[in-house]
Ligand binder design. Structure first.
Ligand code: C2E
Ligand code: CA
Ligand code: CA
Ligand code: CA
Length: 281
């Protein structure tokens, strides 16, 4: 009960910042936004630290509100979960970004190992037809399954529901990469690193913020990296904001990372221009 209580607080907090009236107005607007063109996708590179080569991009949704401006996902994703439209939102993001990837692959001659990383909500993992949907999209767009990685927060999978496990196993069998997102924030259990069908772990950016100020933090981060590697998984560090952090992670032989130091999330046209110009940051 304590766990559930904490989850609920975590999920609903940002929404509570709004008054009830504003919330119900925004809920109605969000329903329309998904059907219209108000949601936009930004893309942020994930980089191989040894070479600064762009390995792929993470898809990050924004809401371009006609009056309120660009609204960040931390604000409206919880609202979308609460009012039950997160499923539509996640499906829209998945198909729109895969179509974008297919276009980039044609126009920019991206190689087959370029990876699109899509965030999936806990709700989406519970959908029995998720795998069929993904398989059909990949087939339609003629994309290899390995060009897709789904990012799932650890809170969404530690519960190990039957449908969630079915989704993970079938996605893995299909060849889609599965990554635990925000590692180190939720109810991390070391054992599931070895038990769940995942291939990558993205370490939450909060672990990097005190990297050079808190005593022992560098060693702590190095130990986490070793833990992930020892479990046979690939580690990705997010929230790399300085050259020093990138150098330190590189010295630890961390494979890949992402953050403002390399590139902030960009709209599709800007990301296309970047990818057309170079694969190195
Ligand atoms: P996340 O998956 O952990 O995404 C990383 C967040 O860190 C993004 O915020 C990104 O813009 C930000 N970030 C990237 N580099 C840096 C850095 O160097 N420093 C700092 N301080 N921040 C950095 P964003 O775009 O606001 O997304 C927030 C969260 O919203 C995401 O966290 C994810 O949980 C959720 N989200 C975003 N797009 C989607 C989506 O399409 N579907 C679902 N279900 N959730 C999404
Ligand atoms: Ca993510
Ligand atoms: Ca994350
Ligand atoms: Ca996050």
């Amino acid at each position: 009960a304590k766990r559930e209580g904490r989850n609920i607080i975590k999920i609903f907090q940002p929404v509570m910042l709004y008054s009830r009236q504003l919330r119900s107005q925004m809920a109605a607007e969000l329903r329309d936004a998904i059907a219209s063109t108000e949601l936009v996708l930004h893309y942020q590179p994930v980089v191989e630290l040894a070479t600064n080569r762009i390995l792929g991009v993470e898809v990050l949704v924004r809401w371009q509100h006609p009056v309120r401006g660009l609204i960040p996902p931390d604000t409206f994703i919880p609202l979308a979960e609460e009012i039950g439209v997160i499923h539509d939102l996640d499906r829209w993001v998945m198909s729109t970004s895969l179509r974008q990837l297919a276009r980039w692959k044609k126009e920019l001659a991206l190689d087959d190992d370029f990876q699109l990383r899509v965030n999936l909500s806990a709700v989406e993992l519970k959908q029995l037809d998720l795998v069929d949907h993904v398989r059909a999209l990949l087939r339609e767009l003629d994309l290899p399954a390995s060009s897709l990685v789904v990012e799932i927060t650890e809170t969404a999978i530690v519960t190990r529901g039957e449908v969630e496990m079915y989704s993970l196993l079938s996605l893995k069998q299909l060849g889609v990469g599965i990554e635990i997102d925000d590692f180190g924030t939720g109810y991390s259990s070391i054992s599931y690193l070895r038990e769940l069908p995942v291939s990558m772990v993205k370490v939450d950016r909060s672990l990097l913020t005190e990297l050079n100020t808190r005593p022992g933090q560098l060693e702590f981060v190095a130990a986490i990296l070793q833990l992930i590697t020892a479990a046979g998984l690939e580690a990705v560090f997010e929230g790399i904001e300085t050259r020093q952090q990138a150098d330190q992670l590189r010295a630890m032989r961390c494979n890949s990372g992402q953050g403002f130091y390399f590139c902030k999330p960009l709209p599709a046209d800007e990301m296309g221009a970047l990818l057309g110009a170079t694969r190195y940051l």
